[in-house]
Ligand binder design. Structure first.
Ligand SMILES: NC(=O)c1ccc[n+]([C@@H]2O[C@H](COP(=O)([O-])OP(=O)(O)OC[C@H]3O[C@@H](n4cnc5c(N)ncnc54)[C@H](OP(=O)(O)O)[C@@H]3O)[C@@H](O)[C@H]2O)c1
Length: 414
């Protein structure tokens, strides 16, 4: 890669996640001597953010541009070795930057959880990214790093212990404490709009293999339903499942990892991701309550009148997010249960400190950007569109356990 002005450019440093990411990145780049710039569309806001950053004594650059202006995105991509973006909804604002990174051979990561946009970006720019060597990695936040790296972790353990991968893994979200930001609300609202206006959107959302390469969109899993009507009993964990909004999205990423890595989990690999309550009648009522609440929320979001009310009065606006107290007291836990072909079961637990929607997400994103910048020579894959596990795998897992308050451990296997 020719000389660039900056090792990392954080694009969107003034938003709810961007401000947190700027803080974490400034500290980490200060430690390692990487050249950092923060970018966005408003110079004054960027100056204000920079003033409060650790190590801001003239070392952190500022880039001003507009995501909707292709020329300014070319300028950003040409100046950086790695671009990390929080400017979303990505389907509205992200395309010019991804194109510019693919063209300039600039590594890139972001926080998108919008499969239809990821599909469009892969189709449009994968070929160019392969030619230029740009490693493009979407979904480097809470969606989908814990799921993607968690499955890879459990599969490595299965291979080590049994010599074969699990042909079935269920990921259960067992704890989720925190809030969400204005950008997440905007992305959800945009998805609701697309559901009403784009005939391909629902088909792609339901397709479990929508993010797999063209000839590989086939396998044993059924449709990804965001809000299944039935709740199910998890016999491995002896508790009732409940819907998990991000399950369909994370599942698509896990299946893409398997497909683009030439099926290390096997072609018959089945995957699902839901929430989990507990056993007994209390667990059933809790699961049913969550299902009903989720359905009512979706119905309210589908109706223009109630959607308008929620947008104005309830949902956070751009730049807003959970309070410092919520961010710091938040946490989450997911449990993965895998089964190898002879019936042996393995379980893993993944935990994160800090609220998943902003604090933990921004630390994971930051570490992904640092991994692309600092571990460039250790990353095994070349240019192209990758997932967190396929591009960075154990390198990123080590980083987020050391620097982002996360843990990966095997639990009571039989
Ligand atoms: N995957 C996950 O787990 C996860 C978690 C959290 C968030 N997210 C996603 O991350 C994204 C950001 O969320 P957020 O809450 O931080 O959003 P936000 O607070 O609305 O921030 C958006 C940022 O984009 C900037 N921006 C908007 N339009 C721009 C343009 N035309 N040119 C340049 N910059 C522009 C804003 O700049 P101004 O300050 O000048 O307005 C701001 O810095 C969303 O897409 C959200 O869905 C994902």
């Amino acid at each position: 890669m020719p000389n660039r002005d900056f090792d990392i450019v954080l694009w969107g440093a003034t938003g709810a996640t961007g401000r947190r990411a700027a803080h974490h990145l400034a500290r980490r780049c200060g430690e390692s001597g990487l050249r950092l710039a923060i970018g966005g569309r408003n110079r004054q806001k960027l100056e204000d953010v920079r003033t409060n950053l650790p190590g801001a004594d003239g070392k952190i650059g500022i880039l001003v541009g507009d995501s909707l202006d292709p020329a300014s995105m070319q300028d950003v991509a040409a100046k950086a070795r790695v671009v990390v973006s929080t400017v979303g909804p990505f389907a509205l604002y992200g395309s010019n930057l991804v194109e510019a990174c693919a063209q300039n051979g600039t590594h890139y990561c972001d926080l998108t959880a919008e499969p239809q946009w990821m599909r469009a970006m892969i189709d449009a720019h994968d070929k160019r990214a392969r030619e230029t060597g740009a490693r493009i990695v979407h979904s480097c936040g809470h969606d989908s790093i814990p799921s993607d790296l968690g499955v890879q972790f459990l599969q490595e353990a299965a291979a080590e212990r049994y010599g074969v991968p699990c042909n079935r893994i269920a990921t259960r979200v067992t704890r989720m404490k925190g809030g969400f930001s204005g950008g997440t609300a905007a992305s959800f609202l945009n998805a609701m709009r697309l559901r009403d206006t784009d005939p391909d959107f629902s088909a792609l959302s339901l397709d479990p293999y929508a993010l797999c390469p063209e000839d590989e969109r086939d396998g044993p899993d059924g449709p990804d339903r965001m809000m299944p009507i039935q709740i199910t009993w998890d016999a491995d964990l002896k508790a009732w499942t409940k819907p998990y909004f991000m399950g369909p999205m994370n599942s698509k990423v896990v299946r893409r990892t398997n497909a683009i890595m030439a099926y290390p989990y096997g072609r018959d690999f089945r995957y699902e991701e839901t929430g989990l309550t507990r056993g007994g009648i209390g667990g059933w009522f809790s699961a049913m309550g969550s299902t009903l609440f989720g359905r009512l929320f979706l119905i309210a979001m589908a109706n223009p009148a109630t959607r308008g009310f929620l947008k104005r009065k309830v949902l956070p606006k751009s730049g807003e997010g959970p309070s410092k107290e919520v961010r710091e007291s938040g946490s989450y836990e997911i449990v993965l249960v895998g089964e190898v072909p002879d019936g042996n079961i393995l379980k893993a637990r993944i935990t994160g400190k800090g609220d998943p929607g902003v604090r933990s997400t921004t630390m994971m994103l930051t570490e992904a950007a640092l991994c692309l910048a600092e571990d460039a020579d250790k990353i095994a894959v070349a240019g192209g569109f990758w997932t967190p596990a396929s591009a960075m795998g154990a390198l990123l897992r080590d980083r987020i356990t050391t620097h982002a308050g996360m843990s990966f451990e095997l639990i009571d296997s039989q």
